[in-house]
Design a protein around this ligand. Structure first.
Ligand code: CDV
Length: 321
């Protein structure tokens, strides 16, 4: 029998710095209410969905920084979301800033099942940006200051009728992210993102921001034969334009649902898990086609190692006669 899961990207419009956790949670519950009426069983909220995207500001006082972090989950403010999830039988992915009991800071997401129980946790591995104040930028991207790289790897979870994996924002640009999970059979990869519509590191035409988002999500869904649910924070947040463009890509690489606004918006699709199996058993049958004897550099090297200088440029076939 065909396995079909109705799922949604629950895009959020801007979250102001002054907006409370309770207000964000109320917005999420409203989208969950709509999700219920549309038959959705699993939904994905954005990265850092309980606050504004605070790494855009340089802060020296860690007491101030930690006002953006959660010390436990669920918190008093987020509990109603878990309760509604259980009442309505809808699982979800939620991104938030995590402060652990022993003082570590992570950019985290959790997977909550349709009974309101946390079944998985992921901590962002590929932290973008910089760690010191860079005054020449119109806004900062200080994830390397406020977070440590995740320490949980890329696990997957068998829950809600599928094999689920998670990633967060910049992770989606790195093929290793998806491959680590698809090597464990991931069928649905969920990711939340906060992507400004301008690159402050170098000049890049604005249209490329959305193009690259679609490109990496679609290519990764195809190359790993899985669904990718990518959910944005969208619109003008504290003066910074966020790209939006939430989408669901299927294993063919095609987009099956896409946001039409830069506001809170539910983007719904039926995930047909038989399509996932088709790719995994044919073109991307890993056991049959991967050649790991040639992939060593991928895990043994970070930066580029150039070939030695002065190496002969190919064989001179003409002067060989
Ligand atoms: N929150 C992010 O990880 N944002 C990054 C940066 C580079 C804009 C992104 O990949 O979209």
């Amino acid at each position: 029998m065909a396995r079909i899961i109705t799922a949604a990207a629950a895009q959020m419009g801007p979250i102001a710095r002054a907006e409370s956790r309770t207000s964000c949670v109320n917005r999420m519950i409203e989208m969950m209410r709509e999700a219920k009426s549309r038959g959705v069983r699993y939904m994905v909220f954005p990265e850092l969905a309980l606050t504004t995207f605070f790494p855009r500001w340089y802060m020296e006082d860690w007491k101030e920084v930690e006002t953006f972090f959660e010390r436990t989950m669920p918190t008093k403010e987020t509990l109603p979301l878990f309760e509604k999830a259980a009442e309505w039988g809808i699982g979800f992915y939620l991104g938030y800033a995590e402060l652990t009991e022993d003082g570590h800071h992570y950019n985290t997401s959790i997977l909550v099942n349709d009974k309101g129980r946390i079944v998985g946790k992921y901590r962002k591995v590929h932290l973008p940006g910089h760690s010191e104040h860079e005054p020449h930028r119109p806004w900062q991207h200080l994830e390397k200051r406020y977070f440590e790289p995740g320490d949980l790897g890329f696990p997957v979870w068998r829950t809600m009728g599928a094999i689920h994996g998670m990633a967060i924002c910049n992770d989606r640009r790195w093929p290793e992210t998806y491959r680590s999970m698809s090597l464990q059979g991931a069928e649905i990869i969920s990711l939340g993102y906060n992507t400004p519509d301008e690159n402050t590191s170098a000049f890049e035409p604005k249209h490329l921001r959305n193009f690259h988002n679609d490109l990496v999500v679609q290519a990764s869904a195809y190359q790993n034969s899985c669904y990718v649910i990518a959910t944005a924070k969208a619109g003008i947040e504290e003066g910074v334009g966020m790209i939006g463009g939430s989408l669901i890509a299927q294993p063919s690489g095609e987009i099956v649902a896409k946001a039409q606004t830069l506001e809170d918006e539910l983007v719904v699709a039926d995930l047909r898990l038989d399509l996932v199996q088709m790719g995994k058993e044919t073109v991307f049958n890993f056991a049959k086609h991967r050649r790991i004897e040639h992939y060593g550099r991928i895990t043994s090297q970070t930066g580029v190692e150039l070939p030695p200088a002065g190496e002969v440029e190919g064989e001179d076939v003409l002067s060989r006669k």
